[in-house]
Ligand binder design. Structure first.
Ligand SMILES: [Zn+2]
Length: 204
C-alpha cells in the first residue's frame, strides 16, 4: 500500500510565502495564484509519470511503509526551500527536478511517519553519533535516494544533477559524502539490523 499524493494550491500558506518573498526580494514579482495553479497541474502530470514507481522504491529502500493513506502536497508560488511536514513545494522548481525534489521530501516523511512508528531520533543517535543535526537528518534520506538513483533507475547522471542542486548546502553535501564513504547499501543494511534489534516486524 502506498499513499495517494494529492497536490493542492495552498491558499493559506501562499500569502505567507509571498510576504517572505517580498521581504527578501522586494523588486522580484511573486507568482499569481493562477500561475501557481497552472504550475500545480504540471507537477501532477510530471509526478504521474514516475510517482508509483518512486513510492514503491522509497518504501523498499528503507524497509518502511508510509503511515498516511493520503499525502497532501501544498504548492506555493515561490520560496527558498521546500518542506516535508507538511509537504510544501514551491512552484519555481524546474520541471526536470520536480520528481526528485518531491521524492526527497517524501523520504523525510516516510522516515518520520511510518507504520512501525520508528523512533528516528534513536536511530540517528545509534547510527550517526556526533553528526550535526542538519547533516544527520539527511544521511538516511540520501542513502535511500542514492539506492533509487543507482539500483532502481540505473541513472548515475540524475544522482549527479541532484548533488549539483545541493552544492550550496554544506550539510547536504556532508550527508552525500558520508553516504558515499560508508556505502548506501551498507547504511540501509545497518538500518535493517537496527529494526531487528529494536524488535520491529517490518511490513513486506
Ligand atoms: Zn531535506
Amino acid at each position: 500500500m502506498s499513499p495517494e499524493i494529492r497536490f493542492l494550491y495552498s491558499w493559506f500558506l501562499d500569502p505567507l510565502f509571498a510576504l517572505q518573498h517580498a521581504a527578501a526580494a522586494p523588486d522580484a514579482p511573486y507568482p499569481s495564484r493562477e500561475a501557481t495553479t497552472e504550475r500545480l497541474h504540471t507537477f501532477v502530470r510530471l509526478w504521474n509519470e514516475e510517482g508509483e514507481m518512486m513510492k514503491h522504491a522509497m518504501q523498499e529502500s528503507l524497509g518502511l511503509s508510509f503511515f498516511p493513506n493520503v499525502v497532501d502536497v501544498h504548492v506555493v508560488g515561490a520560496g527558498k526551500r521546500c518542506f516535508s511536514s507538511p509537504v510544501i513545494l514551491v512552484g519555481t522548481i524546474p520541471d526536470e527536478s520536480l520528481v526528485d525534489v518531491l521524492t526527497h521530501e517524501l523520504l523525510h516523511l516516510l522516515l518520520n511517519d511510518n507504520t512501525v512508528r520508528l523512533d528516528l531520533r534513536a536511530v540517528h543517535e545509534t547510527m550517526f553519533p556526533g553528526l550535526e543535526t542538519p547533516t544527520r537528518n539527511h544521511v538516511l534520506v540520501h542513502a535511500a535516494h542514492r539506492a533509487i538513483y543507482l539500483d532502481t533507475l540505473h541513472d548515475p547522471a540524475r544522482l549527479e544533477r541532484n548533488k549539483l542542486r545541493d552544492a550550496d548546502s554544506p550539510a547536504y553535501m556532508d550527508a552525500w559524502r558520508i553516504v558515499e564513504e560508508r556505502g548506501h547499501a551498507d547504511i540501509l543494511e545497518e538500518l535493517r539490523t537496527y529494526y531487528q534489534k529494536s524488535g520491529f516486524t517490518l511490513a513486506s
